[in-house]
Design a binder for this molecule. Sequence first.
Ligand code: C6P
Length: 414
Amino acid sequence: MENVASYNPKTLLELRNQFPNLNIKVNGYPLIYLDNGATAQKPKSVIDTIDEYYKTYNSNVHRGVHFLSQKATDRLESVRKRTQAYINAENEEEIIFTKGTTDGINLVAFSYAERFLQEGDEIILTRMEHHSNIVPWQMACERKGAKIRLWEMEEDGSLDLEKLERLISSKTRLLAICHISNALGTINPIKEIVESILKPNGIHILVDGAQAVPHTRVNVQDLAADFYVFSSHKIFGPTGVGVLYGKKDLLNELPPYQGGGDMIKDVSFEGTTYNELPHKFEAGTPNIAGIIGLGAAIDFMNSWDWELIHQHEDDLLSYATDQLKEIQGAKIYGEAKQKASILSFNIADIHPYDIGSILDQLGIAVRTGHHCTQPIMEYYKIPGTVRASFAAYNNKEDVDRFFEALHKSIKMLS
Ligand code: C6P
């Protein structure tokens, strides 16, 4: 990407200073946190918001008439509104709170299969899906006698849309696809896929946005996504909470995923009637503190200019990629033209785990292994990769420290 503008370094420092955990030492070295694809660090505002809930208005929601319960309910429901605005959903009730991306996909795979899948039907998945966007569909297809068709990827980690066109038949019901690959960084052209291929053929789409919401400004109406899922913890919010967006008409057609409190209108032994959206899909006491914390994360995201931040992340990616290419034996996995700030690589035949362990001794946190994307590793015939994933609070000094440590580890392991 061209360097159109960049954030003032002072402002970036101000942003970084919001994250207490970035000031710690690991093995005697200042922490360099480059495992943002796994989870992002949390700003003080998110930590304080959760603390405030437990200290001053801890109570259950949607149940009590008392002050505390009403306050917690108001705070929780206001997060639904802020999430709706954040991803530009048309209706508030299209926002379902889940435990995270995995939970959201399981919900859709179960309920969608119940309503729409019949024996012989087909679901399309790409090779670059996270296991969370493969296994729930395998389970659903097994139950219904439906089949999974594989949209093979290209060597550079991109997708060829003509291959998708060739896969489609009258049996195709849905495409489940990641917006951004967690192992390769590829940004998939969701809008183009929907407009040019899926919509004309009446095929639904579920978009796994786990890695996209941290790196792009997502607009679900513009993407024309039927379902869009993501996790709070990758956008500076707490773990154990996530969002499923679904088009209202579609969600209304799906049966509930789990039964229990809150998702019912009336229960009797003669029969039960279900609640309206969004509560139909939110059985049991929700992760109240988590959802309120997600709200603080969304407020945090809204308080920065993300166009400039994304530019900063792109700059970091280019800066790191250039340095990696200088290393003898370095092989980058994922070189699609449209790419987020995720850098997956191996160095000659050194095992990624060995590099990761030495980097850890030097205070650098990266992820090594298959990144829950074994079909990608199978494609490249490798056991895994080293993955450095950059977030807004990282800077060029982090990248320099990372390469200093990487050079040391290569020397030790060669
Ligand atoms: N990827 C990574 O290190 P949960 O665990 O439900 O919040 O998210 C699952 C998930 C689904 N799809 C994609 C594209 C993802 O990247 C992830 C989580 C982490 O890459 C942990 S495996």
